[in-house]
Design a binder for this molecule. Structure first.
Ligand code: BTN
Length: 242
């Protein structure tokens, strides 16, 4: 049952992240407040990219007061990715969602959603964007697709409900039992384990074989000399997505 969330719904906003951020800064935000909009005029993604957010998509920001040390907060990214993938697979049984490190949501190797984490004061804001039946811009997102392509009967409200339910449960697991159970859920959903990848970290590119993530959430990259490199943050590319 969906119990703890307080959902605020909007028609069009600049960005649900901005609304959430304003609540955090003005002192009115509470743990588990949710901002949902039908449209964003200035949606943003990771790496300062634009997140095109026309009507028909799902745009959510979840405010959490994470009562754990800040160094662990990036693990919530995995909690959110797993929750979105589980929510989609429950409603869309014909296609199996995959997660591209760290939390791009893929269907048949095309990106249909993404997650952005932003910390503001004592809060963490999880931004979730899913392309459902909205226009997408192939020039800004070359490997993008919409969920309706794979799952024509998907219902936006049911998906929202399912995502929040999964998030509530998986977040409770993380708070109670830590990262290990989340790590194993994520590994089951991961795209590209054992494949050759490149990871861009700032201006540096690291190459090797993707061999999963470690017990604290760092990507494990096996180098040509068989040593293992641990990467905390960056952008991963498969050889087919150069
Ligand atoms: C990514 O780059 O893959 C992350 C995209 C995150 C988009 C969501 S949509 C809801 C929230 N509001 C925003 O402006 N961005 C996030």
């Amino acid at each position: 049952m969906l119990k703890d969330f307080n959902i605020k719904q909007y028609d069009s906003v600049r960005s649900t992240q901005d609304i959430a951020k304003a609540f955090c800064l003005e002192g009115s935000a509470k743990d588990m407040d949710i901002i949902v909009a039908l449209h964003q005029s200035d949606g943003r993604g990771r790496m300062n990219r634009k997140w095109v957010s026309d009507y028909g998509g799902l745009y959510i920001s979840v405010i959490l007061e994470v009562k754990r040390e800040v160094a662990l907060w990036p693990q919530i990214s995995y909690v959110a990715g797993v929750s979105v993938a589980e929510a989609i697979s429950q409603l869309c049984t014909t296609s199996y969602p995959r997660l591209k490190w760290v939390n791009d949501i893929l269907l048949q190797e095309q990106k249909i959603g993404g997650i952005l984490l932003e910390a503001v004061e004592k809060f963490l804001i999880i931004g979730i964007g899913i392309n459902i039946n909205n226009e997408i811009d192939p020039s800004s997102m070359p490997h993008a697709a919409v969920l309706k392509q794979f799952c024509p009967k998907i219902d936006r409200i049911k998906l929202l409900h399912n995502i929040l339910l999964r998030l509530q449960n998986n977040y409770a697991v993380w708070l109670e039992d830590g990262f290990i159970p989340i790590r194993s859920m994520w590994l089951h959903l991961a795209q590209g384990i054992s494949q050759s990848i490149k990871v861009a970290v700032g201006s540096q590119v690291h190459e090797g074989i993707f061999i999963g993530i470690d017990n604290i959430g760092r990507l494990r990259l096996m180098k040509p000399d068989s040593t293992i490199e641990y990467i905390e943050a960056g952008e991963m590319f498969f050889d087919t997505h150069k």
